[in-house]
Design a protein around this ligand. Structure first.
Ligand code: FES
Length: 192
């Protein structure tokens, strides 16, 4: 717990974690879409940690909608992924601040009668579900998630195995495979 952005009055800590000397990923990667999970693995009421381009993230779902946030509580820098979900809110494991689906803090247990300040927020990243996968970006892509019309075309077979190191060719059909790129995120490839 090294960050204390909230108490330092910094309402907007950098959305991307400082690299501490490591090279920042190419802007083209930051402003692109990446697969961060299979949809089937993101259940209601669970918090799933992952990492994308060196950035710690937490993925969760409420009423069907998936959310991808920076894995950081603005209060004292705890990892939200180590908390839990209560009534559609993510509860920080350290002091129990609760964040709703809009990433706003809606309860500070130490001051239950006080409305949390506006700067008490989590840090959401853009995300979408498509082709049975959760896609997220750390930046602001000007383009949409890659189009794979074959994914819903009954003439094609869409298979999404666990991350694999080789692809299989299905004669006369297409196959969508996931290949590791920046563990544990994956790259979607289409092979014939
Ligand atoms: S670190 Fe205090 S509520 Fe999250």
């Amino acid at each position: 717990m090294t960050q204390n952005a909230f108490n330092q009055g910094n309402a907007t800590p950098p959305l991307l974690t400082p690299t501490n000397g490591r090279a920042r990923p190419d802007a083209a990667l930051i402003d692109d879409w990446h697969v961060v999970a299979f949809s089937k693995d993101i259940s209601e009421g669970q918090l799933t940690p992952t990492r994308l381009l060196g950035e710690e993230l937490v993925i969760w779902r409420h009423e069907g909608k998936v959310h991808v946030w920076k894995d950081l509580c603005i209060h004292r820098g705890a990892q939200l992924s180590k908390g839990w979900v209560v009534e559609g809110t993510v509860v920080c494991p350290y002091h129990g601040w609760r964040y709703n689906c809009d990433a706003k803090c809606v309860l500070i247990p130490a001051q239950p009668q006080t409305k949390p300040p506006l700067k008490a927020r989590a840090f959401p990243h853009r995300c979408e579900e498509r082709y049975g996968m959760v896609w997220a970006t750390l930046g602001n892509p000007s383009h949409d998630i890659p189009l794979f019309p074959e994914a819903t075309d009954p003439r094609f077979e869409c298979s999404m195995p666990a991350p694999i190191l080789s692809t299989q060719t299905v004669s006369g059909r297409w196959k969508i495979s996931l290949m590791p790129r920046t563990s544990p995120s994956c790259t979607l490839v289409l092979t014939a």
